[in-house]
Design a protein around this ligand. Structure first.
Ligand code: 13P
Ligand code: SF4
Length: 371
């Protein structure tokens, strides 16, 4: 029998991988995958770089990947090539015997970091203190891009989680069930979805957590149908309405397809908007010869360009719209995480505390129940 000391001696260190060539890393990752077999599933978000996504068993948007975490009960290890909130959701949705691993713990999401649970609790208390919660039924909804603690807050307060692929059916139901929605943390997805339901901008209050009452008057909050947390994605924030004008002037007839994390002005000027999975399906179904300007993360757009040489696809903005935190998951981290598993050592495991996981699951299950 191998002792713990022997196991730890065999386990590799991350630094060991920095000097390896691309080919060596590729080979070692594949060898580790073969050794671990069905004990392992690697999930890859669409924004991952090519040299990582090529090793994924399954790819998807954050909604699809969270479902897949649940649908692979035989895999003992779920290695999540994505960002922290996605790995947390996978841990919540997976079975107790499964371990979720994030190959680089620094792979966060700057938008998710724009709302802490303490700030959300404080905002809720302020709304209670002025009677907005009480006189009205307010439902908290959090975007998937948020901490497990905020998802748990929503679960405990009758709320739900949503993703960019199901925001419309979720708002549809929630607007019937409640007088007001308090949406965290992406103001743009919240606003873009609210507009689809005909909610005027005057009935959308923006909640700035650094200000008393989020920077609103009591009257504004009483009149609001949607209260939007002041968060955003800096990657999608780089797309500007002028980029849409420019590309339309350059390529007559081009279709503009964007992610709903873009600003309302960009989404309104676009032809279509939807999640990363929606963007891929739309391009797949487009006729040969058609032209597309795509407003989302560059790794995904570059892959679409390479995959569909018969279609004219380009990034909507001329500058590099790359998610720097997603990019942190490099082949070195993946090789280290997998070979550590082969050596019997679980590194970078994401564990959501039981009580948080219990309530977050309530909010996620409410989401999954809505088609
Ligand atoms: P999707 O849900 O479309 O995968 O988007 C997640 C994300 O982080 C987009 O920036
Ligand atoms: Fe977060 Fe934006 Fe990166 Fe998506 S693209 S993970 S929202 S920082």
């Amino acid at each position: 029998m191998t002792t713990l000391t022997e196991t730890l001696e065999r386990a590799p260190a991350l630094e060991d991988y920095f000097g390896l060539s691309d080919a060596e890393l590729h080979e070692r990752i594949e060898a580790a995958r073969r050794t671990l077999g069905e004990r392992l599933v690697i999930l890859g978000h669409h924004y991952q770089r090519d040299d990582v996504i090529r090793h994924a068993d399954l790819t998807g948007d954050s909604f699809k990947l969270s479902m897949q975490a649940r649908e692979r009960p035989r895999a003992e290890f779920i290695v999540f090539c994505g960002v922290h909130f996605m790995a947390e959701s996978a841990d919540i949705l997976s079975a107790p015997h499964q371990k979720v691993i994030l190959p680089d713990l620094g792979a966060g999401c700057s938008m998710a970091d724009m709302a802490t649970v303490e700030q959300v609790e404080d905002a809720w208390e302020q709304l209670e203190s002025i009677g907005v919660i009480g006189d009205f039924k307010v439902m908290p909804i959090t975007y998937m891009n948020s901490s497990a603690a905020i998802k748990a807050f929503c679960g405990e307060h009758g709320g739900v989680v949503c993703t960019s692929s199901n925001a419309v059916p979720l708002f549809d139901k929630s607007l019937k069930d409640a007088d007001k929605l308090f949406f965290f943390p992406d103001q743009h997805l919240g606003r873009n979805t609210g507009v689809k339901f005909g909610i005027p901008l005057e009935q959308m209050a923006l909640w700035d957590p650094s200000k008393e009452l989020g920077g609103n008057t009591e009257e504004q909050l009483r009149n609001a149908r949607l209260i939007l947390w002041k968060g955003h994605c800096s990657v999608h924030g780089r797309f500007r309405p002028s980029h849409v004008d420019q590309v339309r002037a350059e390529v007559p007839g081009i279709k503009v397809l964007v992610h709903p994390e873009c600003t309302r002005e960009v989404v309104e000027k676009s032809d279509l908007n939807g999640s990363t999975e929606f963007i891929i399906k739309t391009i797949e179904a487009a006729p040969a010869g058609s032209s597309w300007a795509v407003g989302t993360e560059v790794n995904l757009v570059n892959r679409l360009v390479a995959r569909f040489p018969d279609k004219h696809i380009r990034l909507l903005a001329p500058d590099l719209c790359m998610c720097a935190t997603m990019y942190r998951i490099a082949p070195q981290n993946l090789a280290w995480a997998l070979e550590s598993l082969v050596a019997g050592r679980v590194v970078n495991q994401i564990i959501v505390p039981d009580e948080t996981a219990r309530w977050a699951l309530v909010a996620l299950d409410r989401m999954l129940a809505i088609k």
